[in-house]
Design a protein around this ligand. Structure first.
Ligand SMILES: [Zn+2]
Length: 535
């Protein structure tokens, strides 16, 4: 860390009496003194408060409303304040699995960064989803047409009509709206029944020969008439060939999957907000459910020897017999230790027959359905007691423990190289509910918020070091974060990690909202964290 100094002049916060002080950075400084001598007034209520205040001021007015504000401390001036985090001494890091995000509330800042700088990927096709405008569509068309050898292109927009619309009615509709041609028509299923979709021609030309203004006008007309959607058919050079189809749309819409997305807002990236939190676990990441570790406590046992502990009592002998009988029929080894069964064979035991038809006496229903049945009988005291032995907090099935809604996890920050440098592709989080293959996920650039949350602090630091330009020092603040154009600028997160100071619990500074003590993986460590980041 570079050597510098923090200069405090005329500090008068609380009982401080016009104190001047220089503190060298890049080394550890301990502030000691008797109770009431003003240690926390100096460290937290002056130094840290000023750092936090300035840090927040570097954000745009929009971003500031999401951050805690601090009052200006009573001090003449403070110079050379680096980014800082204050950590309460009552909140020690006890688990190596505590994340930077949960411990320091850097996630407050990460959510701003994701809302402004992340890239969205479609949940079905894994394609990037961008805001297209007539200008960006024009530029893309020029490039695609040139690459395709300047084919004749037809710009169309979709118009939805009731399925029963006759050809005459279509012709009538066209002439009334000033268009004459239809490139194609198809039936689509909608929630309100089938509809007829016409691809109405807005214009036709070759890109090389068309004036920019004509193309832009056609794009604008098509987007307006097509409710933000536009399709370009690049006609083949030879008769009878299939036209190539290029789809465009405005807003956060994926033309390939036809899924529309909401514009990102910071609360989407917070599991403490109803906007972002997974609806099933409400942002806890865990739910109470059947704990397979308790159901199969000894994975060296075979199915016959009683690997599934729950059904070994005389009361459930029937279930054990069912398992034996159906396992034989399905070719699942009954005398192989559980830990030697393949994942597919284990899944058969847990989830039941893959062709489950609802007939409990014909097929293996699976451990999960067995517990589902027990739940339905939970009004009986002895069943409740039984269930309680096998239940614990388990990762939320809806979000996979990521605590966020699917849509929040489709946003990624950074390039492929940035991501590869800190987290092996095979370890990246597959959001629950996407239709991506593992290969598609691993080819995507950047990391989703859940990936970042799980990174150790050192790697997180490396990630941001690698991908964000370092802030330029500015004479005005000692450490500037240029704010030209009101842009959200790189947060010096990495450096913030360097300034960690213990903080007496008696201090009056405000506490942060508690991270949920029951849902983080580091559950044992969580008491409310009171960390803050500031320069
Ligand atoms: Zn969840």
């Amino acid at each position: 860390m570079t050597q510098g100094s923090i200069r405090i002049r005329g500090a008068r916060q609380h009982n401080l009496q016009n104190l001047d002080l220089d503190i060298r950075t890049g080394e550890m400084t301990v502030v000691t003194g008797p109770s009431g001598s003003g240690k926390s007034s100096l460290v937290f209520d002056t130094l840290y408060a000023e750092g936090q205040r300035r840090y927040v001021e570097t954000f745009s007015a929009y971003a500031r409303q999401f951050l805690d504000r601090m009052d200006k401390p009573a001090v003449d001036k403070v110079e050379g304040v680096p980014p800082a985090i204050a950590i309460d001494q009552t909140n020690p890091v006890r688990s190596s699995r505590s994340t930077v995000g949960t411990m320091t509330e850097l996630n407050d800042h990460l959510k701003l960064l994701y809302a402004r700088a992340a890239q969205l990927f479609d949940r079905e096709t894994a394609l990037p989803v961008r805001h297209d405008s007539p200008d960006s569509i024009y530029a893309e068309l020029v490039a695609r047409a040139a690459a395709a050898g300047d084919p004749r292109v037809v710009l169309t927009f979709p118009v939805e009509l009731p399925a029963g619309t006759s050809a005459d009615e279509v012709a009538q509709w066209l002439s009334a709206s000033g268009f004459t041609r239809v490139q194609g028509e198809r039936q689509v299923a909608t929630p309100t029944g089938p509809r007829k979709v016409l691809d109405v021609v807005a214009d036709r030309f070759r890109m090389a020969g068309a004036e920019r203004s004509r193309v832009i006008e056609a794009i604008e007309v098509a987007l307006k008439r097509g409710s933000g959607r536009l399709t370009v058919h690049a006609l083949p050079a030879e008769e009878g060939g299939e036209p190539e189809v290029w789809k465009f749309s405005t807003g956060l819409h994926c033309p390939e999957s036809d899924i529309r997305y909401a514009d990102p807002i910071p609360s989407m990236f917070s599991f403490n907000s109803a906007v972002g939190a997974c609806e099933t676990c409400r942002g806890f990441g865990r739910v109470i459910g059947v704990d397979l570790g308790l159901v199969i406590p000894n994975d060296k046992l075979t199915l016959r020897a009683g690997a599934i502990k729950t059904i070994q009592t005389p009361a459930w002998k029937e279930a054990q017999d069912d398992l034996m009988r159906h396992a034989e029929a399905a070719g699942i080894p009954r005398d192989t230790p559980w830990n030697k069964l393949t994942p597919e064979q284990q899944a058969w035991v847990i989830e039941g027959s893959p062709h489950w038809n609802g007939k409990w006496n014909q097929q293996w229903y699976g451990v999960r359905r067995f517990f589902g049945y027990l739940e339905s009988k939970a009004y009986k005291m002895h069943i409740r007691v039984l269930l309680s032995k096998y239940r614990s907090y388990t990762p939320c099935p809806a979000c996979g423990g990521a605590r966020l809604k699917l849509e929040s996890l489709l946003w990624r920050i950074g390039s492929k190289q940035d991501a590869d440098a800190v987290l092996a592709p095979a370890k990246r989080f597959m959001p629950v509910g996407v239709k991506w293959s593992r290969e598609q996920l691993e080819a995507l650039p950047g990391l989703c918020l859940h990936d970042l949350m799980l990174l150790p602090i050192q790697r997180l630091r490396q990630f941001f070091d690698g991908q964000l330009p370092s802030p330029q020092p500015s004479p005005a603040s000692g450490r500037g974060m240029p704010t030209a154009g009101g842009e959200l600028l790189p947060l010096p997160l990495a450096e913030a990690g360097g300034e960690v100071r213990p903080r007496p619990s008696s201090s009056s500074s405000k506490k942060s909202p508690p991270a949920c003590a029951t849902c983080t993986m580091s559950a044992s460590a969580t008491s409310p964290s009171t960390a803050r980041a500031a320069p």
